[in-house]
Write a protein of this length. Sequence first.
Length: 248
Amino acid sequence: MRIDIISIFPEYFSPLELSLLGKARASGLLDIRVHDLRSWTRDRHNTVDDTPYGGGPGMVMKPEPWGEALDAVASGGDEGAAPRLIVPTPSGLPFTQQRADRLAGEPWLVFACGRYEGIDSRVAADAAGRMPVEHLSIGDYVLAGGESATLVMVETISRLLPGVLGNAESAVQDSFATGAMAHLLEGPVYTKPPVWRDREVPPVLLSGNHGAVDRWRRDQALRATARNRPELLDRLTADDLDRRDQEV
Ligand code: ADE
């Protein structure tokens, strides 16, 4: 997958060189290119913002550098292919695991990181004539800019790509994963030693009985969900429930 990120703070993205994503980039599974928006400014001060029409607090990002940046970045594909443009904004649709799964199937994403009060709205309208555009929010809070939201989305999407996680199963077991554990939060996890500071690992996990372990994990997941996110249980359908769940 190719991911282009446009920002006035390219240094913000150095964490993408670490750990799983760093390895995926080194192995060629992931091609991440970070661009400095200011390289598409034409004035001496590399201006990227201006006061909002209609008044109000803060500044708005100017359309000209964004237009040129997107023209340059989005024209760099193979055989005229267009990327999907993601604009992180607290006013967007919620970024969920389901959206991440869908985006992980795309060959090419471009993230446009706004600062201040956002990017002049004509930029996304103009881009939409050439490529699909999605405005996405990572949660009901306001960040100082789209950079940290982009880090969250890029990490969430990248770990779903085949070959990026060491153990392909671990993405399936996660909280919010689709499949057997859909809509459930992950329960507690343990490793060696079996007793630590007088606390024992639940004996079922040492039993070697895989059926009993699966059942215990599912019960713990149901419990964690009921405690922390009870509204998620409403999303379980009869098909999501196995036989014992229905007896409970
Ligand atoms: N930019 C500022 N706040 C944001 C949020 N919650 N999600 C995505 N982008 C943002």
